[in-house]
Every structure is written in structure tokens, then in C-alpha cells.
Design a protein around this ligand. Structure first.
Ligand SMILES: Nc1ncnc2c1ncn2[C@@H]1O[C@H](COP(=O)(O)OP(=O)(O)OP(=O)(O)O)[C@@H](O)[C@H]1O
Ligand SMILES: [Mg+2]
Length: 397
């Protein structure tokens, strides 16, 4: 049976919904402002056209009654409060300007050169409108896009940038808070467990002492067995208490540590599992580890391997040096293998294919290797029905 905490898949759906919404709002506003800009552009052009015609009326000699229209034309001219326009008359003199926006402190003498420069800029943007004054005389109206419209062109991009930044921030906040929460749960649970185990452990130890002192009443071999169990419990408590605090790393002989621990494991697993250990490391290779926690990793990975083989098969451990001052420990089984789809999932908390699995073994192991030892733990290879190799990589400098 496949189990997996729902919250993880729900989180993914939530992320997708948020991302889709951002995308929708982003493209929506982009399209909307784009339409708005096109409309405004047309309007501005119509406006300049009107301005040009008004100038034509104002200065044109072909309209004898132009004088009567002066108030209309001047109204049109003044109504334009945003589009920069410059009128150059048939004699190439600047005869009018609006909204050009002279830099502050421009003197009257400086105005003309400034306007000439502006005309060059305007020409790049739009070709000038021709104003027919009559008698074949033509003036030119230069213009550029209003400041407002120009700002509006940048608006959707600014909006998109803001939305993206918000999305990234939300995602970061979301994932880091989830992480922080997970960390607190881990550490809290571990500390609490160690604490809770402490009291019954010391009373068990006292019982063992008591039993030893009375060999007539208590069989010595039974006392030995109980003592071994108590010792095992002590190890578990020590592991929990070290994962609940910042563990200290110590230089250890990696070959020896793995050898000792596999000997210990070999005694505890089915005799039908053939266990072997080989090492290509120099015999005295030291690696900085927390022995207690590192043994926990090996135990979790080996236990999974034994489960995957249903108690029969071969379990091989291989230690070898890697380039860049790293060492690898490969743990290979001849078990049922892991499907491609499950390769990453096996490290998620709660993922288990076992009837009585918590799905925490590999999560814990990965955490110990990556966060406490700055190493890596991953599925190196796996084939369904053939077997699996997990690899632990540690720094050895
Ligand atoms: N060597 C392996 N071969 C095949 N599948 C594996 C192997 N190791 C892990 N798995 C798969 O990964 C799952 C998760 O492993 P994990 O150790 O995290 O949890 P578990 O063993 O199911 O439960 P527990 O919390 O008791 O360890 C397993 O249920 C199993 O399906
Ligand atoms: Mg497990």
C-alpha cells in the first residue's frame, strides 16, 4: 500500500494555483494596458492632427474668415496639456511650442537651440505633420508621445516585475517557514523522546544491578540479555538527544567505524542475508563524523535493504575514495528495487510502502548526512526486481 502525507501534494497544487493566478493577472494587465496604450496613441495622434489643422487656420491666408475662428483654435491649442508639439513655419522659424518642458533655468537665448535639438529627437519618433498655410506654403508640426503615455508603456513591465518579485518572496517565505516548522518538530520530538526515555532507563539499569547482586534468584544469562537491551535503549536515547542538539563531529577512522557497526548489524539480521564489506580507503583514513548519528544512517539504509530483500539476499557495503577529497559508502542490496517514479519520494517524510513503516528512516538519514555532516545521500542506482544501491558521500579533507 502506498502512503504519502496529503499535505505535500496539496502544497504543490496550492503553488500551481498561486503561480497560475500571478500569470493570469500579469498577462491580463499586459494585454489590457497594451489596448489602452494603442487607444491613447491614436487619440494623441488625432489631437496633434487637430492642432496642426488649428495652426493652419490660425496662420493660413486661404481662410479669409480665420479671424472668427481664433477662439476655437486657441482653445484647441490650449487644451493640449500633455503632448509636446513644436510648430515650424514655412520660413523654418520656430513659431510655436507646447509642453516641451524646458529644463529649469533655461534662458530665452537657450530656448531656440533646445527646441532645435528636441525637433531632432521628435523626428526619430514620428514624422512631422504638414500644415498647409495656403499659396503652396507649408509648415511642419513636430510632436512626441506624451510623458503619461510613455510611463504607461512601462507600467505593465513594472507590474510584471513586481508580481514576479512578490511571487518569489511568497514562495521563499512559504518554503522557509515550512522548513523551519519541520525543523522545530524534529528537534522537539527528538529532545522530548530522549528526555522521556531517561527515567525508565535509569530505573531499568538499577534493576539490572539488583538482579546481578542476587544470582541465586536471577539467572545470569537472562540478566545479560536484559543488560544488552538496556544498552541498546541507551544508544537510542543518546541518538535522540544528539539529534536534538547541534552534534559535534570528531575525526574517526571510517573503515573501523563501518566495520564495527556492520559486525554488530550482521548479528542482528537474518542469517539468510549475506553481508559483506570491502574498502578501498587507506586503512587509517580519518573522516569527521558524529559516530552515533552516522551509525544510525547505516542502520536505516541497511534495514531498508534487508526489508527490500524480504530477509534473503546479498547486502554489500563498499567504501571508496572519490575525487575532490570525498569518500563514498555504497550500500547495495539484491531486493525489489525502486521504481523511477519513487526515487525522489523515498526521502519524503511519510512515504512508505511497508505495512508498518513510518516512512521516516530515509528522511532522518538524509537529514543526518546532509545537514549535520554536509554530505550527500541518494539512490545511486536501482532496478525493479534486481536491487538498489544507496550512496553516502562524506567530506574527507
Ligand atoms: N533498499 C531499498 N529497496 C527498495 N525500496 C526501498 C529501499 N529503501 C527504501 N525503499 C523504499 O522507500 C520507502 C521509505 O523508506 P524509509 O526508510 O524512509 O521508510 P520505511 O522503511 O518505510 O519506514 P521506517 O520509518 O520504519 O524506516 C520504503 O517504504 C521503501 O518503499
Ligand atoms: Mg526504513
Amino acid at each position: 500500500m502506498l502512503k504519502s502525507f496529503d499535505i505535500y501534494s496539496q502544497n504543490n497544487i496550492l503553488k500551481i494555483i498561486v503561480a497560475l493566478n500571478l500569470l493570469l493577472v500579469g498577462t491580463g494587465s499586459l494585454l489590457y494596458t497594451d489596448r489602452l496604450i494603442t487607444k491613447l496613441e491614436t487619440r494623441e495622434q488625432q489631437y496633434v492632427q487637430l492642432y496642426a489643422s488649428a495652426i493652419g487656420y490660425l496662420y493660413g491666408s486661404s481662410h479669409p474668415d480665420a479671424g472668427d475662428l481664433t477662439f476655437v483654435t486657441s482653445e484647441i491649442l490650449q487644451a493640449n496639456k500633455s503632448i509636446p508639439v513644436i510648430y515650424v513655419n514655412p520660413n523654418n522659424q520656430i513659431a510655436g511650442e507646447l509642453n516641451v518642458g524646458f529644463p529649469e533655468g533655461t534662458t530665452d537665448e537657450e530656448k531656440e537651440p533646445f527646441l532645435r535639438k528636441t525637433i531632432i529627437e521628435m523626428r526619430k519618433e514620428h514624422s512631422p505633420l504638414i500644415v498647409n498655410i495656403g499659396d503652396g506654403q507649408q509648415g511642419l508640426v513636430y510632436y512626441s508621445t506624451s510623458k503619461l503615455l510613455r510611463q504607461l508603456t512601462y507600467f505593465p513591465y513594472a507590474l510584471l516585475a513586481i508580481l514576479t518579485a512578490l511571487g518569489v518572496l511568497a514562495y521563499l517565505a512559504f518554503s522557509s517557514s515550512r522548513r523551519a516548522e519541520q525543523n522545530r518538530v524534529w528537534v522537539g520530538l527528538a529532545k522530548e523522546t530522549a528526555h522521556q526515555l531517561g527515567t525508565p532507563m535509569s530505573s531499568l539499569m538499577a534493576w539490572v544491578e539488583y538482579m546481578r547482586s542476587d544470582p541465586d534468584q536471577f539467572d545470569g544469562s537472562i540478566t545479560d540479555e536484559i543488560e544488552k537491551d538496556v544498552q541498546r535503549l541507551e544508544t537510542i536515547t543518546a541518538r535522540f538527544s544528539s539529534i536534538g542538539s547541534v552534534p559535534t563531529l570528531k575525526e574517526e577512522n571510517l573503515n573501523d567505524v563501518v566495520q564495527q557497526f556492520t559486525d554488530y548489524l550482521a548479528r542482528r539480521i537474518s542469517t539468510k542475508v549475506k553481508m559483506s564489506l570491502s574498502s578501498q580507503l587507506p586503512p587509517n583514513q580519518m573522516v569527521k563524523i558524529n559516530k552515533l548519528l552516522f551509525e544510525w544512517v547505516i542502520e536505516n539504509v541497511c534495514k531498508n535493504a534487508v526489508d527490500a530483500m524480504k530477509g534473503t539476499g546479498e547486502l554489500r557495503l563498499k567504501i571508496m575514495p572519490l575525487p575532490h577529497k570525498e569518500v563514498a559508502i555504497d550500500i547495495t542490496d539484491t531486493g525489489k528495487g525502486i521504481s523511477k517514479a519513487n526515487m525522489q519520494k523515498v526521502f519524503s517524510p511519510g512515504f512508505s510502502t511497508k505495512k508498518r513503516g513510518w516512512g521516516l528512516g530515509l528522511t532522518l538519514a538524509k537529514r543526518i548526512v546532509e545537514e549535520y555532516h554536509d554530505g550527500r545521500l541518494y539512490v545511486k542506482s536501482s532496478e525493479v526486481g534486481k536491487g538498489t544501491t544507496f550512496r553516502i558521500v562524506l567530506n574527507a579533507d
